[in-house]
Each structure stands twice: as structure tokens, then as C-alpha cells.
Design a protein around this ligand. Structure first.
Ligand SMILES: [Zn+2]
Length: 104
């Protein structure tokens, strides 16, 4: 593992350190995406996002890189897809990211 900057990490870790995509992968969690404009939502695979954005990318900021394919809005919220928060629809399937296109 790389060397960490202790002073910086100590300050960040003490309180609200944002979850990163790497954290999500370690915990086996995917990313829940929600369009604030039309309510469209789906779960994106963490590994696919990590391949594009990197393991250090903060989960709450993933939405800034996404665009809703239903209404083309870029106002997309993202959070860890915690298990047990209610049923997660599998309607669109477990893989693929056709419903939220990543900005390039
Ligand atoms: Zn939308």
C-alpha cells in the first residue's frame, strides 16, 4: 500500500471522512443513484465506477459525473447502497449502467 500523509489523514479521519469507491468495493457495496429531477434511480456496480473514476473517488461526488438517461439531468445524487434500507428493485438487472451515463 502507498504511504499515507499522516497529518492530512488524521484531520480527515477524525470526523466525517467521505466513503470512497474503494471503501465500497471492500464492503461489497454498490452505488445507489437517484435523479433529483425525475426520480429515476438505479444501482450502479462499484467496480465499473471505480474503473472510470478511481478507488479514491468520494461516493457522494459520483453523481456529479453522471447524467440521467431518462431526463438528461445532471442533478444526480449518489450514496452507498446499504443493504436493509428496503427492497432494491432488480428490474433493470444487476449489471450495466445504461440508465446513468458517465460524463467523459
Ligand atoms: Zn432524470
Amino acid at each position: 500500500m502507498g504511504r499515507l500523509k499522516h497529518s492530512d489523514l488524521a484531520a480527515d479521519d477524525r470526523r466525517q471522512r467521505k466513503a470512497t469507491l474503494g471503501d465500497m468495493a471492500v464492503q461489497g457495496l454498490d452505488v445507489f443513484c437517484w435523479c433529483n429531477r425525475c426520480g429515476h434511480n438505479r444501482v450502479l456496480a462499484t467496480h465499473g465506477l471505480m474503473a472510470r473514476l478511481g478507488a479514491e473517488f468520494p461516493v457522494p461526488e459520483v453523481g456529479t459525473r453522471l447524467r440521467c438517461s431518462m431526463c438528461q439531468s445532471k442533478d444526480v445524487a449518489t450514496r452507498p447502497n446499504w443493504r436493509g434500507l428496503g427492497p432494491v428493485t432488480r428490474h433493470w438487472g444487476a449489471e450495466g449502467d445504461a440508465d446513468f451515463a458517465a460524463e467523459s
